[in-house]
Design a protein around this ligand. Sequence first.
Ligand SMILES: NC(=O)c1ccc[n+]([C@@H]2O[C@H](COP(=O)([O-])OP(=O)(O)OC[C@H]3O[C@@H](n4cnc5c(N)ncnc54)[C@H](OP(=O)(O)O)[C@@H]3O)[C@@H](O)[C@H]2O)c1
Length: 238
Amino acid sequence: MNLVNRVVLVTGANGGLGRQFVNQALQRGASKVYAASRREVPWEDPRVVPLLLDVADPEAVAAAASTATDVAVLINNAGVTGAGSLLTSAVQEIRATFETNVFGPLMLVRQFAPILARNGGGAVVNVHSVLSWLAVPGAYSPSKSAFWGLTNSLRLELAAQQTQVLGAHLGYADTPMTAHLTVSKSDPAVIVARILDALESGQSQVLADELTARVHAALPALSTGVRPATTNAESQAS
Ligand SMILES: NC(=O)c1ccc[n+]([C@@H]2O[C@H](COP(=O)([O-])OP(=O)(O)OC[C@H]3O[C@@H](n4cnc5c(N)ncnc54)[C@H](OP(=O)(O)O)[C@@H]3O)[C@@H](O)[C@H]2O)c1
């Protein structure tokens, strides 16, 4: 999947990673980028076509697919941190997290799959997280786990039409989503460059930073989500 002369659609295009996807796709030779966002955003480059799109709104997703019929690369980047507690947040807030992080991308893939097929197979990039594998309280990590699972099954279903499906995992990147966190963060430009390198070299999964690579390497040993974490004393005793 070479981006030269390709038409790309990026969801959440006004966000920290989203802007990088738009600009770097253009730098790599994309002929047009649909920059999809929930509100109107000015773009200077004439190759950028703004598209109003709330990914959690199935009618808006269908409308986007009826407009953007030349898309060859769909980048499901939009996402929310969402509900802070599975026990005490409003159920509606938990559902809304899954609508944006899971069902929205699914609806996009369903609507755009025939378009990608007509445009040579193309590619889907789904932006997961290191928290697809590590559980933290709240709706975000289970939604990103579900998204990861969705990607893996979609890859099987889309293989027949030669659509490349790339799952991207990353830890903390320096974007508005993590602005409130005082942790070490990656440069979003570097993260997106690694994701697009993986796309262009035909990969199905990319571990976009060192933290993610370390967690992935440790996955066989991790018990998180299977049984409660033990205290130091308990683990020394066992
Ligand atoms: N930053 C990190 O550390 C990190 C780590 C792992 C994974 N990720 C993932 O990377 C992706 C991009 O996040 P980011 O870091 O760039 O955060 P960001 O700057 O907050 O951007 C998120 C984008 O998603 C959009 N969005 C949220 N809900 C939407 C909806 N229902 N419909 C359409 N757009 C919606 C936001 O639009 P509004 O401006 O309208 O809210 C914003 O443009 C997300 O999927 C996130 O989960 C980020």
